[in-house]
Ligand binder design. Structure first.
Ligand SMILES: Cc1cc2nc3c(=O)[nH]c(=O)nc-3n(C[C@H](O)[C@H](O)[C@H](O)COP(=O)(O)OP(=O)(O)OC[C@H]3O[C@@H](n4cnc5c(N)ncnc54)[C@H](O)[C@@H]3O)c2cc1C
Length: 639
């Protein structure tokens, strides 16, 4: 029987999810001899979570909410194959005496752990799923980037620097790629060192020396990586100090530069609240329900602000007041309030909740009050109080704090938002608005760093290492006649600092046509794929149909080529989220459906009944158990 060959290009979390789905399916019902060739210049599994990076860089999701395995909650994505979440894996390693946490620290489902450790989990998952593959399924690793993909009859030929490999089915999961270097520009007279891409962090920032003044553009997750590298990465330490604003004090090493951080909003992402929802519990929509979104979409293309926002805000408001009554009333009254209908809730809110403590999207989206824009001192003072407040709210938890409970709704209802946005759900203008205006606010409110990062930012301000009092709209200006750039506040232009270095702390979300790898550019040039467009708007990525099959230049879908994850960010939305246990995670569902569609084709091609004895000995008898595979992966994996 002909062996089917499947190519997976890129094995970070997305490619890994495909392999997990393939192995789970083939264990349950083998489809004949099969070879999966996985291509990645790096070790398969970690993707952008480099296992070798310094432990100062943290994952921004609690360990219990990260997994690479399907579970009973996952709908229509194939059979379940048991496997540990990141937290369960940490606990298993701990029990084996191979724990990677500082001595004595027991892994917690609600802990935020180093990204390098998460990368080691992903490496382990790859070995584990390989160990569980049935004998009919061979997994071959090619440590090379794919440079081109070309049609050969019905198959694809993948070209690396060393070889050409023909595959019958092809999956593109190339994740975060780098943009092609910009064309040679006239030599800049500017003396400021500009770091366009801060990853890998240590190497990219190596040229930054103590005593330099360094602007960090962006106040999101990448910015926290940069700040960590240039402070604790340079030998500084945070120590507990009850008298400090958020309980932390920074002890300088003397090797850190002076940091000036700025962004369009002038505010960092909000602190992630202590998790009180366990692994899988989520806010359940009362207003922005999936069926309502689907009904609206069936009738017309949506205007996000008019159609979706009112329902979303109603859900946020609901979560806010449930938390407010939990915080301010006794348990019995809070439980009563949670069960009331809308008029009774409104009456209780009117009677009990002071104006300043009421839900206001306006205050969440644009929290800087007018007086804070009077000048640098006013803004600096307000910002410190705002950040200290944010840490305090985060410590009340994602159910206990009204503001954090409301903001967590944005994360919990991401699938409902996806249903509204993806596959051309919005009008062109509304799609532009969501990406330009709504997403930055959503990211700030809902997907920030662990609260410890905000406490550290305050401590760095107090230590005089970091300033962030540039307000909204600050800009770096290069001097016309040469010399050093200056970072200038927009609202108080007399405040500016001379910069020895500028670090652009953003992850590139360039389009496929600007990718550094020739692969995507070649696929576009050859018309095998096309950029996704909503009208005239190109929100990014290539176009795929609802089964994630590539859509070519003429609009036809390829029957044997799929793309998942970041290459499809544009037609899809929020593709960079790692699956969470127990919540029917989109990434697993998408992978499962693509794999199921492919297997249906393979099985359809196969003879209806296979003569007995032509296959390897009955697969089931030779399969490893999950426990054996776990032991194998732990012994031979990345402990
Ligand atoms: C610095 C950083 C920090 C992050 N932190 C978090 C976090 O804390 N929590 C969270 O939920 N998400 C985080 N993310 C989001 C991230 O998108 C996901 O965690 C996840 O890694 C996405 O998986 P992926 O497989 O799609 O992409 P990636 O992880 O980028 O993996 C893609 C893989 O494809 C390979 N590849 C690319 N091109 C080719 C080619 N031509 N040929 C062969 N192989 C190729 C790459 O080498 C890589 O191994 C972070 C992202 C970044 C960049």
């Amino acid at each position: 029987m002909k062996k089917t060959r499947i190519g997976i290009v890129g094995v970070g979390p997305r490619g890994l999810t495909l392999i997990e789905r393939l192995v789970a399916n083939e264990r349950a019902r083998p489809s004949g001899p099969m070879e999966i060739v996985v291509f990645d210049p790096n070790a398969p599994g970690p993707g952008c979570h480099d296992p070798a990076q310094s432990d100062i860089h943290l994952v921004n999701t609690v360990a219990g909410q990260l997994t690479l395995f399907a579970d009973a909650s996952v709908v229509d994505a194939g059979p379940v194959m048991a496997g540990p979440s990141f937290h369960q894996w940490l606990a298993q390693q701990d029990a084996l005496g191979a724990g990677a946490l500082p001595a004595g620290e027991r892994p917690s489902a609600d802990g935020y752990y180093p990204r390098g450790l998460f990368g080691r989990y992903l490496q382990w998952v790859f070995r584990y799923v390989c160990a569980l593959a049935p004998p009919s399924l061979e997994i071959v690793v090619r440590r090379s980037a794919v440079l081109r993909a070309d049609r050969d009859d019905d198959a694809w030929v993948l070209q690396t620097a060393e070889a050409k490999i023909r595959v019958d089915y092809l999956f593109l999961t190339t994740g975060h790629t780098k943009p092609a270097p910009r064309r040679e520009q006239a030599p800049s007279p500017c003396a400021t060192l500009v770091v366009d891409d801060p990853y890998p962090v240590r190497a990219s920032l190596a040229a930054i020396r103590p005593g330099m003044t360094v602007a960090v553009e962006g106040m999101g997750l990448t910015s926290f990586d940069v700040v960590a590298e240039l402070t604790v990465g340079r030998g500084g330490r945070f120590v507990a100090d009850a008298a400090a604003p958020a309980g932390l004090r920074y002890l300088r090493s003397g090797h850190e530069p002076r940091l000036a951080v700025f962004s369009r909003s002038g505010l960092p992402l909000g602190a992630r609240a202590v998790n009180q929802k366990g692994v899988s519990s989520q806010y359940r929509a009362r207003f922005l329900q999936l069926h309502r979104v689907r009904e609206m979409r069936a009738a017309r293309r949506l205007d996000f602000a008019a159609d979706v926002m009112p329902l979303l805000l109603a859900d946020m408001e609901h979560a806010w007041y449930d938390a407010w009554f939990r915080q301010h009333a006794d348990a019995e009254a809070a439980a009563m309030f949670a069960g009331f209908d809308a008029p009774r809730r409104a009456a209780w809110i009117r009677g009990a909740v002071p104006d300043a403590e009421r839900f206001s999207w306006q205050r969440l989206a644009a929290p800087v009050p007018h007086p804070a824009l009077d000048g640098r001192d006013a803004f600096g003072g307000w910002l410190r109080a705002h950040l200290a407040d944010d840490v305090a709210e985060a410590r009340h938890g994602n159910l206990g704090s009204p503001v954090k409970a409301a903001c967590d709704v944005l994360r919990d209802l991401r699938d409902n938002l996806r249903a509204a946005i993806e596959f051309g759900g919005l009008t062109e203008g509304s799609h532009r608005w969501v990406l330009a205006e709504f997403m930055p606010v959503m990211n700030r409110l809902a997907v920030g760093p662990p609260a410890s990062r905000i406490a550290e930012m305050l401590a760095l301000m107090d230590a005089g290492v970091l300033e962030a009092d540039f307000g909204p709209g600050a800009r770096c200006r290069a001097p016309d006649g040469g010399g050093f750039m200056r970072l200038c506040a927009a609202a108080w232009p007399d405040h500016g600092v001379k910069l020895h270095a500028l670090v652009k702390a953003r992850i590139s979300m360039h389009g496929p046509q600007d990718d550094a790898s020739p692969l995507l550019r070649g696929l576009l040039a050859d018309g095998y794929v096309r950029p996704y467009r909503n009208g005239e708007f190109h929100p990014g990525g290539i176009e795929v149909d609802r089964q994630h099959r590539w859509v070519g230049r003429g609009g036809q879908a390829a029957h044997n080529a799929w793309a998942l994850g970041i290459p499809t960010e544009g037609v899809k939305w929020c593709t960079f989220v790692v699956p969470r246990p127990g919540v029917n995670s989109t990434a697993i569902v998408d992978a499962g459906r693509a794999v199921t569609a492919m297997l249906a084709m393979i099985r359809g091609d196969a003879p209806a009944s296979e003569p007995s004895g032509t296959r390897d000995a009955p697969a089931a008898q030779r399969l490893l158990t999950e426990a054996e595979a776990s032991r194998f992966a732990s012994l031979h994996g990345a402990l």
